[in-house]
Design a protein around this ligand. Structure first.
Ligand code: C2E
Ligand code: MG
Ligand code: MG
Length: 393
């Protein structure tokens, strides 16, 4: 953990501008590398692993858009600021290109760069969180520091009657020094360090084992498991997971993979191959966080999904936003027209559940029904909730 937390890499063919940006960044608290050509940029990027990159769009021997592509191909999670003296439309388009490629775009800087503006941008992403290294994640997998929690998913059986029949597996990390680390933090790191496949295998095994345990209690639950888009580029994944399920005695019909479409699905032919084979092997496929960023209509219509999962953000807004209600209603209708089931996540209130009921939404998940919890707590949660629904099982 000796590496500095905040590392800035700047590329600009004007050395004086590089120097200006470097000075401001050091003042704000960054360790800085400044380069003036693309070759040095590529080299430094790999050695230095910047947490933020300031990139000049127009340089004599390389253009910034090419470098954005380079960063995307290397799976960069660094914040990226594009700088240029060109008009703001071009800057905005370059920013959009980066975003579409899955980069973490922080914005655009118009030249001449204003000191206060630059300083504010750099401060906005300055981190005080300690860096987590690849070997820590590897050790954590080996030491079983990751635990899988389960959040109940209720199915609408009749008007006003929602019965828990499934769960979503959500991974938790209890770090020995840092305490609980959110998946929003460790999943991107595992992806970046090439460890997501191992972490997923670990989660799959835990979830399949848990499903078998519930079976022995007479509870047949479906389990949803989140898949990193990176795995959708792995042609060996469908066979691997099918074998694991068969070995552990879990029926593929009961497993649903939740996938957020992302720019990491770099090669649509491969993703489609993998997703189709998962469906052929009888696994369910859910498009997660639908309605946000990368989970788009295009994906919905190209890929063989069986469920649409309406993103939290719409459901959380149901009570005070008319537009959110229109969006949710429309997403339910769209899913049904495409013969998909639809699940709403982020259901925190009875009013939200009632609204979903009126829309004919098929499944619901959220704190109202149950928070993510250890597997052994699920049977009791089911009993209590289902009993109140008039389904005493
Ligand atoms: P997600 O798949 O969209 O999961 C739903 C997230 O919303 C979970 O956060 C859950 O705890 C939270 N949530 C559930 N109900 C409510 C509610 O009523 N209100 C609010 N405000 N939030 C609710 P969590 O567990 O922090 O997971 C965040 C994301 O991390 C997940 O989003 C998923 O994309 C990813 N993730 C978690 N575990 C894994 C994993 O094993 N593998 C992969 N690839 N990704 C994972
Ligand atoms: Mg999910
Ligand atoms: Mg989601």
């Amino acid at each position: 953990m000796s590496e500095p937390l905040n590392r800035l890499l700047v590329i600009d063919d004007q050395p004086d501008l590089c120097e200006f940006i470097a000075e401001v960044a050091i003042h704000v608290g960054y360790e800085v590398r400044a380069v003036t050509d693309a070759a040095a940029f590529r080299r430094t990027f790999e050695e230095f692993r910047p947490t933020i990159i300031v990139l000049d769009l127009q340089m004599p021997e390389a253009d910034g858009v090419e470098l954005l592509r380079f960063l995307a191909e290397h799976g960069s999670r660094a914040h990226v600021l594009v700088a240029s003296g060109m008009d703001s439309r071009i800057l905005q388009t370059a920013e959009q290109v980066g975003r579409l490629r899955g980069l973490n775009m922080l914005g655009a800087l118009r030249k001449p760069i204003l000191l206060a503006d630059l300083e504010a941008r750099l401060r906005s992403v300055l981190s005080s969180e300690p860096q987590i290294e690849a070997d820590e994640i590897e050790r954590a997998i080996r030491a079983a520091q990751f635990v899988v929690h389960y959040q109940p998913k209720a199915v609408r059986k009749a008007r006003g009657m929602w019965v828990i029949e499934g769960v979503e597996a959500l991974t938790r990390w209890r770090h020995p020094d840092l305490g609980p680390v959110s998946p929003a933090r460790f999943i991107p790191l595992a992806e970046r360090y090439g460890l997501i496949s191992r972490l997923t295998d670990y989660v799959l095994e835990a979830a399949f084992r848990q499903a078998r345990e519930w079976d022995t209690l007479g509870l047949t639950l479906s389990t949803a498991i989140n898949l990193s888009p990176q795995l959708i580029n792995d042609l060996t994944f469908p066979d691997r997971v099918a074998r694991l399920a068969a070995d552990m005695g879990v029926d593929a019909h009961r497993i649903i993979f939740e996938i957020t479409e992302s720019a990491a699905m770099a090669d649509p032919a491969t993703s489609m191959d993998v997703l189709t084979r998962l469906r052929v092997k009888n696994f369910g496929l859910s498009i997660d966080d639908f309605g946000t960023g990368y989970s788009s209509l295009k994906q919905l219509y190209l890929m063989p999904f069986s469920e649409l999962k309406i993103d939290n953000s719409f459901v959380l807004d149901l009570s005070d936003n008319d537009d959110a209600r229109v969006m949710v209603e429309t997403m339910v209708l769209l899913a049904h027209k495409l013969h998909l089931t639809v699940c709403a996540e982020g259901v925190e209130t009875q009013a939200a559940l009632d609204f979903l009921d009126d829309c004919g939404c098929d499944r619901a998940q959220g704190y109202l029904i149950g928070r993510p919890m250890p597997g052994e707590a699920i049977p009791e949660c089911m009993r209590t909730w289902n009993a109140a629904q008039g389904d005493e099982r």
